[in-house]
Structures are given as structure tokens and as C-alpha cells.
Write a protein of this length. Sequence first.
Length: 130
Amino acid sequence: MDTLYNTAIIETNGIRTIAGGGTGTNVAFTLLPTATTTYVIQLSDNNTIIGSDNNTTGLSAYPSNSITYPIGYQTAVLQLSTTKISLSGAGSPKINNSFGLYKTARQFATVSLLYTGSAYGWVSFGDVGS
């Protein structure tokens, strides 16, 4: 059993991030405020799981063309409510998926986003749906 130590809960502008040290790679969990409908993925979200419990309109979460993400950048979105998370938005770069699906599949679905560089761009994988 792994034990987390040096765990911190940080809240900024209603966004709660839980991060902890452990025996492996540190991964933080960020729960967006329930009313959040659009979220642009930030550089600071690398190795972070972004959770949404917006049960009314859902969430649109996407990377930005105006941010330079490093190759290997990875984040994930977690659908905590019954309303899906969309992985696109106005002015967002194309996200590639082997099935052409760009939403979470159902409640508790997690979809990861990986930046592979300029040749292939963003790739999504995980529990995707339409």
C-alpha cells in the first residue's frame, strides 16, 4: 500500500487541487467549480486529472492554440456527473482519436489527452463516447 505524504489542498478562484507526494509520479486532481462550463487546459495541468461535476450543461475542456505545450504533455478529464465532457472548443487545436469520438462516454469516464508534437498534435484515449 502506498501512503501519501505532504498532501496539500489548494483552492484558487474556486478551483480545488489536491496534490500529494508518494512513491511514484505525482499526479494532482483538480475539481472545477460546478458552474464551470468552459475550461482551457493550462501548462500547470500537466500530470493532472481535471474533474467536472457540472450536471446541467456539462463542460467543454480543450487545449489552446496560444499555449506552447511540451511534447509528452499529458492530462486527463474525469466526468463525475451524468453530463458529458466535450473535448473541443472555439479556437482549439484538432484532437485526434482512433474512433473520432470527442466526449467522455458516461459518468465516471476518464479521457486522457497527450501532446505528441506538431506532426501529430493532440491524441485522446480512454473512455470516449459520442
